[in-house]
Design a protein around this ligand. Sequence first.
Ligand SMILES: Cc1cc2nc3c(=O)[nH]c(=O)nc-3n(C[C@H](O)[C@H](O)[C@H](O)COP(=O)(O)OP(=O)(O)OC[C@H]3O[C@@H](n4cnc5c(N)ncnc54)[C@H](O)[C@@H]3O)c2cc1C
Length: 415
Amino acid sequence: MLAKNLPPLRVAVIGGSITGCTAAIELTRAGCEVVLFERSGEELKDRGAGIGVPSSGIEAYITRGLIAPDVPFFNADSFKRIWRTEAQPVSGYLAWAQPTNMALLNWGALYRNLRERVPAGVYRTDQQVVALRNVDDHAEVTLANGAVQTFDLVVCADGYASLGRRTLFPAVEATYAGYVLWRGSLPESALPAAPGPLESGISALGYPGGHGIFYFVPGVDGATAAGQRLVNWGMYLPAPDLAELMVDRAGRLHVGSLPPGAMPMATEARLKAEARARLPGYYADVVQASHDTYVYAIYDCEVPAYRVGRLCLAGDAGAFARPHSGAGAIKGMNDAIALRTALTGGEDLETALTAWSLSQTAIGNRLVQFGNQLGQALVRDIPDWSGMNVQQMAQWFNALVTINTEVFDRSQHAR
Ligand SMILES: Cc1cc2nc3c(=O)[nH]c(=O)nc-3n(C[C@H](O)[C@H](O)[C@H](O)COP(=O)(O)OP(=O)(O)OC[C@H]3O[C@@H](n4cnc5c(N)ncnc54)[C@H](O)[C@@H]3O)c2cc1C
């Protein structure tokens, strides 16, 4: 429940994805009266994408009652850092099985678990927020239909292009990293060859100018049996001329991402040729067999604070990191959990929000720096791994990536 010295709070959450759903669940459980505004006219659909999150996060969210104990996922204990060589053109040279502890799951499974825990009547679809304003000790939300509503607190969980962030910090802009993540998936049943290379860990295929990641996630219906899994893959590729890559089949320019089904056949064919030129043959064949591939431009963005007045930022709406760290989803969920903890911690509202903003700003901006270090090591300045052994690989990585995974420490999820 809320701290004794806090009045009952009326809270608006803007955005109904991973962060917004978590905020709605946590703040309702804390005794707030919550309304969630999602601009999409229907429930968000499974984006078909796999995501990797630190395993400690999944365990903590199950314990917290945010996701079901039987949520389907696979554990990966290593990033297998592989480079194509003349001697090993099909499977590549394994330079380093870098230890990790990641859970690999469908984005849709995580979203559905959260969505079904948002209490009935809280989640409002087809409600685009067009303006936000601090007014004395309240915040005003203006909807696209012209309605204006007043709340004690507004949590902006409206993603990387956040209206909340633009409203609070108009001068803050996301920076394009100069490369994209090209993604696709393939049912295991359509694999051109036996699944052996994908059976353990996450295959991380290095090449000049980037790397590719390949791993199994459960099938879209949650199936985990061999034969029914889904191969999830992505390749980081330099894209100095971003606009050229973001034009869809109808000739329209997209900002940020080109969704599945939108990419012109000629663009997909060109990218598949790039994959063939860079990847060991086994993985290039997986890419070749995939259809309706899609692209995300890679951006990052630090923010000066997570709240001003009664307007708060959470998840990708706050600091926004490159996806290398696999921490975007848990960072958003942890922002929401930490907000509940702050509001129930016994302080008055002003003190609680100030402390929450300070801690989440530090964590968010640190994650951005972590993503940038990984981007430098694994994309911009990636060395040729084919001449490196395990010790040299560890030395190279640890020299460049100095922020360690304490950013995801279990204590953060449990706070
Ligand atoms: C290519 C790529 C790969 C990634 N891989 C991983 C991974 O492996 N592991 C991981 O943990 N994370 C990954 N992430 C990050 C992860 O997807 C996000 O960080 C996470 O989903 C948190 O998102 P969010 O809820 O904060 O924002 P979003 O998912 O962007 O949701 C924002 C929501 O707000 C709604 N909205 C926006 N504006 C308005 C408005 N004005 N009014 C009403 N509603 C609005 C949108 O419709 C949307 O539903 C990846 C991201 C990308 C781009």
